[in-house]
Design a protein around this ligand. Structure first.
Ligand code: B1N
Length: 825
């Protein structure tokens, strides 16, 4: 019998009248629960499934819309996505929050009570992964036909526990319960080959290559919906999970090789077990290399499959597809596409290269040398022998061109080669990404300049047209509408709701900076947010803080270049001042709040956490200072924690050594929520300053040129220590074991590193930092002026919407326009 698709396709419209029925259906018939047996988790599940139905309707319609449009597709390849919780976000983006609340009223269920039951998706390390999540939100909201590709790690970023002041890593079992937001798409499973050898053969005198791999792993896709805001669009995030193919196992089983077969299976399935938590510290592990290829191979096959539905002429590929590489992590894609086009589709090399180069864009996110990926040639030999040949051939052709352009200059060949010869033979993935892409972009103005002028000057000279800047942004849906509903409501009341999809509208708030009543309401919202945060601090750390304290916050990965160390040294300085001068007066309480994870193998970062915690213990319990300073380290930093902390913050610490933070995006989230920034002239801080005005931000410290001069001169931190009594006092106090009575000497490595090297110029910037904080404290006393500045910060953050960023990618790099449903449909 032929199915009647007209009837099957008829949409179930989710009216508020029917929502309760759906909910009850899921709770009873899917969950098998009633009033006696339903737990809060069961209620959450039933709510989430109800919302998911609503999403699926739009998801299916979006696919039809895109297919009919025959538009070029955007493929965003990222090894990381820090999505955070999706339940509230989906409800808000669907525009269903009111219906949902009202529809469930008669059952006495308020969906907002159940949000904590969702396990957070944390498949990323920090800024890079969160940026990818903001980009997905913007691409969907802007009607862009985009698919995100990633890996479905069984364990996301580790959970951070604190044990006697030390970070302890625990596995993040985010898939332990049902993941309602994913759908397994077994029919799109793909094989991924590894190892083996390459055979050469000839057809009509042309040399051909046949890769005979030694083992195969399967990639199974899981799709997650990405709900656009208020536009009925639902895009897809496709995450790959590794599984070993059963036929393959059987061969070995039959030969009696049971143990080998099973261990190979386990080995294959470890590929997507865990996210690498290394985040810019050197790691270079073989499993990570294989993980990258697994990711790339699955994604490119899927992209090819989609392309072949549209055309069989590969010359059309760049017209139908654009692949954006989120850092070099997926850059083996370039060799993989070449391999498919040349070996499998039998295109001539030059044609294949032309297609490949036109199809990729590469975003660089860091210039820290230890984070620029280079993979040992032996990894390629072992796992991807054919890709190595391809890279060698690309290199040969490329260096030929370079030598034609630069006759007699052997040094430039060495510098630009895809292959680093010493001390170990390695492939430079950034070089591969640059030559294989049409566009190379940095993530803030200053970072893009550094990239051109200092990191890749030879490449910039050869391909100036490729280099461009795309300043990062954040999604206002999650970071204002959802995280700070009271402020969002106040804003909407004054200027309408257009700001949600056009953040430049916030400019209209400027006039309210002088409106007494508005300022009062703005202050009240901040205070309410602070109360919430104070409660959370007490629950998480046991430290009691005052609701109306000054909240001074640094939340981000722990890294020496981000200089949490400078912050805590300054806190110690303030503490000494208070003890020495007992100058309490009626100064408000200052809460210095830290949160962030350290890479498990990054000793210094872990010791910085330990120092913060030890200092916190001493200061928080010292009655002499009458609670004027509190130091708090909230364990296990994550997206949901940021959503509570940011709206309550007064002072946002963005204090990296100039030139080191590519952009930063936390800085944008704080300013959008009315915190004032204390920051160095680094990354996007500079652009924030240009937008909000110098008088509404607190900048300090050496700029990149001054840092460069110091680095090239002979910087002597020990001299600064001996000449600057403030620095000396603080370091001497640490060295006297004042903060480590029971573990004497544990902070010696930190002090030593500062006194002998101070790689990140903490001492050089210390005075300026201290003076800047003094200025802030003075200004905070004038509450009216402070609030005015905070409002102006919010009003002038329009530029930092990820919608602006994505519009620029779409127009300048991807050349893709929004796909809108035809009117009347
Ligand atoms: O990317 C963010 C920027 O805002 C930050 O300034 C930048 O530090 C961050 C290896 C990275 N750069 N590199 C990484 C992450 C994981 C990994 O395994 C490197 N993350 C950044 C967004 O542009």
């Amino acid at each position: 019998m032929k199915a009647n698709w007209d009837n099957i396709d008829a949409q179930i419209t989710m009216q508020k009248e029917s929502l309760a029925n759906f909910f009850v259906h899921y709770l009873k018939f899917f969950g098998g629960k009633d009033r006696y047996s339903a737990s809060e988790l069961d209620v959450y599940n039933a709510l989430a499934y109800t919302i998911r139905d609503h999403i699926i309707e739009k998801w299916l319609a979006t696919k039809v819309l895109y297919n009919k449009s025959h538009s070029k597709r955007i493929y965003y390849l990222s090894m990381e996505y820090l999505l955070g919780r999706l339940f509230s976000n989906n409800i808000i983006n669907l525009g269903a929050d009111k219906e949902f609340r009202e529809g469930l009223k008669k059952l006495g269920v308020d969906w907002e009570d159940y949000t904590p039951w969702e396990r957070e998706s944390a498949l990323g390390n920090g800024g890079l992964g969160r940026l990818a999540a903001c980009f997905l939100d913007s691409m969907a909201t802007l009607n862009l036909p985009a698919i995100g590709y990633g890996l479905r790690y069984e364990y996301g970023i580790f959970r951070q526990d604190i044990c006697q002041g030390y970070q302890v890593e625990e596995p993040d079992e985010w898939l332990k319960f049902d993941n309602i937001w994913e759908m397994k798409r077994i029919e799109h499973t793909v094989p991924v080959h590894f190892g083996g050898e390459v055979e050469t053969y000839h057809i009509d005198g042309v040399e051909k290559f046949n890769w005979c791999p030694s083992y195969t792993v399967l990639g199974i896709p899981y799709d997650m919906p990405v709900v656009g805001y208020g536009n009925n669009i639902v895009n897809t995030l496709r995450l790959w999970s590794a599984k070993v193919s059963e036929e393959f196992d059987l061969q070995d089983f039959n030969q009696g090789n049971y143990i080998d077969a099973v261990s190979e299976k386990v080995e294959g399935e470890t590929l997507t077990k865990v996210l690498y938590p290394d985040d810019r510290t050197e790691s270079g592990r073989e499993l990570r290399f294989r993980q990258q290829y697994f990711f790339v191979c699955c994604s490119i096959q899927d992209i090819m499959r989609k392309f072949l539905k549209e055309s069989s002429d590969f010359r059309d590929f760049p017209k139908k597809a654009v692949i954006q590489l989120n850092d070099t992590h997926p850059s083996i894609s370039i060799a993989e596409l070449m391999r498919i086009l040349v070996d499998e589709k039998h295109l001539p090399w030059d044609v294949a290269w032309d297609i490949t180069r036109k199809s990729f864009g590469y975003t660089n996110h860091t210039i820290l040398p230890e984070a620029l990926e280079k993979w040992p040639v032996e990894f390629f030999q072992r796992h991807l022998p054919r890709h190595l040949q391809i890279i060698y051939k690309l290199n040969q052709h490329f260096l030929q061109e370079v030598s034609v352009q630069n006759p007699g200059d052997n040094d430039i060949l060495r510098r630009m080669s895809l292959v680093e010869e010493y001390p170990q033979k390695k492939i430079r993935m950034a070089h591969l990404a640059i030559i294989g892409s049409t566009s190379v972009n940095g993530v803030s103005e200053i970072h893009s300049e550094i990239l051109k002028e200092q990191v890749m000057p030879d490449f910039y000279n050869s391909f100036p047209h490729k280099f461009n800047n795309k300043t990062n942004g954040i999604t206002p849906r999650r970071w204002l509408l959802q995280a700070n509903p009271s402020l969002a409501k106040l804003i909407t009341e004054k200027i309408g709701k257009e700001w949600i999809t056009d953040l430049s509208q916030l400019k209209k708030l400027e006039k309210y900076a002088d409106d007494k009543d508005f300022r009062k309401r703005f202050d009240k919202i901040k205070l309410e947010n602070k109360k919430k945060l104070a409660k959370l601090i007490e629950i998480e750390t046991g430290v009691v803080v005052e609701d109306d304290a000054i909240f001074d916050v640094q939340i981000k990965r722990i890294h020496e270049y981000k200089r949490q160390l400078m912050n805590i040294l300054h806190v110690i300085h303030l503490y000494c001042e208070l003890r020495d001068h007992k100058n309490f007066k009626d100064a408000p309480q200052r809460v210095f709040l830290f949160a962030g994870k350290a890479a498990p193998g990054y000793y210094m970062a872990k010791m910085i956490i330990k120092l913060i915690l030890n200092v916190a213990k001493v200061i928080n319990n010292d009655e002499l200072i009458k609670d004027k300073i509190k130091v708090v380290f909230i364990p296990n930093y994550k997206v949901s924690l940021a959503e509570t902390i940011i709206p309550a913050t007064d002072i946002s610490e963005q204090i990296s050594t100039a030139g080191k933070e590519a952009s930063g995006t936390g800085n944008m989230k704080f300013a959008l929520n009315g915190a004032l920034t204390i920051g160095t002239l680094d990354g996007a801080n500079i652009e924030i300053m240009n937008e909000v005005g110098k008088e509404n931000i607190f900048t300090f410290g050496l700029d990149i040129d001054e840092i460069k001069a110091k680095r090239e001169g002979n910087y002597e931190p020990y001299q600064l220590y001996s000449e600057n009594p403030n620095i000396k006092k603080v370091i001497d106090l640490i060295q006297s074991n004042f903060f480590s009575l029971h573990e004497p000497g544990i902070f010696e490595p930190i002090c030593n590193s500062l006194l002998t090297q101070d790689q990140y110029f903490v001492f050089a910037d210390f005075n300026a930092y201290m003076e800047c904080h003094e200025k802030i404290l003075q200004e905070y006393k004038n509450q009216k002026q402070w609030t005015k500045k905070a409002i102006l910060n919010v009003a002038r953050m329009g530029k930092f919407s990820s919608d602006r960023t994505i519009n620029e990618y779409a127009a300048d790099i991807w050349k893709v326009s929004p796909v809108k449903p035809k009117k009347g449909k």
